[in-house]
Design a protein around this ligand. Structure first.
Ligand code: TYD
Length: 141
């Protein structure tokens, strides 16, 4: 049985000092792609996500509070708690994601490799499963 995890975590260094914490995100350095868009989820009172992206890569960082992210590559589901600004969660393309259990004070920062493009979304789970299965069959030898 293959028990290896497909979750990719990035350590975000705290550059702070006695004055307080400081974190920095740089394209193609700490963040493994060119950042084209930054957005944030705040005051979230309901689970969200429930989609995958065809091309988009993202890094999620919980700057304050916590939330739980479920990742699904079509074969395995994994759950990751984001509760520290030291922890970046890299979400590759073709990964179904759901975000749950947002604390009241959760500030989730999202760094994205592309501009917003609705055509890049896969919002139907069965369509996602079909696409990953087809890709698997195409590459299987
Ligand atoms: P969406 O990504 O669908 O959020 P979730 O899947 O978590 O519900 O985004 C919600 C809405 O916000 C959607 O109508 C598109 C819009 N939106 C933008 O215009 N730009 C963005 O960068 C993002 C992330 C969303």
């Amino acid at each position: 049985m293959n028990t290896s995890s497909f979750v990719k975590l990035i350590e975000i260094k705290n550059l702070g000092d006695a004055r307080g914490d400081l974190v920095s995100f740089e394209s193609n350095k700490s963040i493994p792609f060119q950042i084209k868009r930054v957005y944030s989820l705040l005051n979230t009172i309901h689970s969200r996500g429930y989609h995958a992206h065809k091309e988009l890569k993202q890094v999620l960082v919980c700057l304050s509070g916590k939330c739980t992210v479920i990742l699904d590559n079509g074969f395995t589901k994994e759950s990751v708690v984001l509760d520290s600004f030291n922890k970046g969660l890299l979400i590759e393309a073709m990964t179904w994601r759901e975000m749950h259990e947002f604390s009241k004070d959760c500030v989730l920062l999202v760094l994205a490799s592309e501009h917003y493009n609705e055509d890049d979304y896969i919002r139907d789970y069965q369509t996602f499963i079909k696409l990953v299965s087809n890709a698997q069959n195409t590459y299987a030898v």
